[in-house]
Design a protein. Structure first.
Ligand code: AP5
Ligand code: ZN
Length: 219
């Protein structure tokens, strides 16, 4: 199964991606996570990406497309029958067209573009309340998904942290960029009859149940 997850910052892409990938046994490929991992390790790609991410801007298309094309050659993707879930990619029409071309080389196409629909005014609260475990990458929320002990990961007892780009001003910039550059992808995938709109305002379990209803048709 080949899926892309669309939605503004804080829509719940990472949260749903984890559950979808566990259920359908496909690799979860998050371009944001790949960049953050590269930043942590001070790789040339990480150093370059940081310039943009810290300001809430998109990393240039060519860098992202090359990175995703390489990632889609990995064994986990091939073992899943050239299956994957892309979280945070594509983010521009250029990237979406590049993904079509990458799939075409494999004689494949996307199954679904799942769009998590969440009103923009909710996003700042979601993103600014997010806390992450540096060890296992589990995501929490100070109000909507509280850890058992404040500020500590339930799974490995590691202190949680807040992402650098989750500060209010940077989130506002990310939302602006989403509207300008990523929102048009909904029409792009509507035209290709791939779009599935999901109400992302519901409880996370209900969001997942709605996604399941669609995906179980091709299980
Ligand atoms: P990226 O890491 O992709 O961030 P994003 O798209 O802004 O999305 P987020 O991770 O902020 O949110 P999410 O939708 O995953 O929400 P989550 O599930 O965590 O990208 C970061 C940066 O990298 C970009 O700004 C850019 O610079 C660069 N980049 C990445 N990809 C790129 C690309 N393709 N091209 C160019 N640049 C790229 O949920 C958020 C919070 O809400 C959590 O705390 C969660 O617990 C909570 N929550 C989730 N669902 C619910 C719910 N239903 N109800 C209540 N709370 C909920
Ligand atoms: Zn943890």
């Amino acid at each position: 199964m080949r899926i892309v997850l669309l939605g503004p910052p804080g829509a719940g892409k990472g949260t749903q991606a984890k559950r979808i990938c566990e259920t359908y046994n496909i690799p979860h490929i998050s371009t944001g996570d790949i960049f953050r991992e590269n930043m942590k390790n001070d790789t040339p790609l990480g150093i370059k990406a940081k310039e943009y991410m810290a300001q809430g801007l998109l990393v240039p298309d060519e860098l992202v497309v090359d990175m995703v094309e390489d990632r889609l050659k990995h064994e986990d993707v091939l073992n899943a029958g050239y299956g994957y879930l892309l979280d945070g990619f594509p983010r521009t029409v250029f990237q979406a067209a590049a993904l079509c071309a990458i799939n075409a080389k494999k004689d494949c196409e996307l199954d679904f573009a799942i769009n998590l629909d969440v009103p923009l005014d909710i996003l700042i609260e979601r993103v600014s309340g997010r806390r992450i475990c540096p060890k296992c990458a589990a995501t929490y929320h100070i109000k909507y998904k509280k850890p058992l002990v404040d500020g500590i990961c339930d799974l490995d007892k590691t202190p949680l942290y807040q992402r650098d780009d989750d500060k209010k001003e940077t989130v506002e910039k990310r939302i602006e960029i989403y509207q300008d550059q990523t929102f048009p992808l909904i029409t792009f995938y509507e035209d290709k009859q791939k779009i599935i709109n999901i109400n992302g305002l519901q409880h996370m379990t209900d969001v997942f149940n709605d996604i399941e209803k669609v995906l179980s048709g091709v299980r």
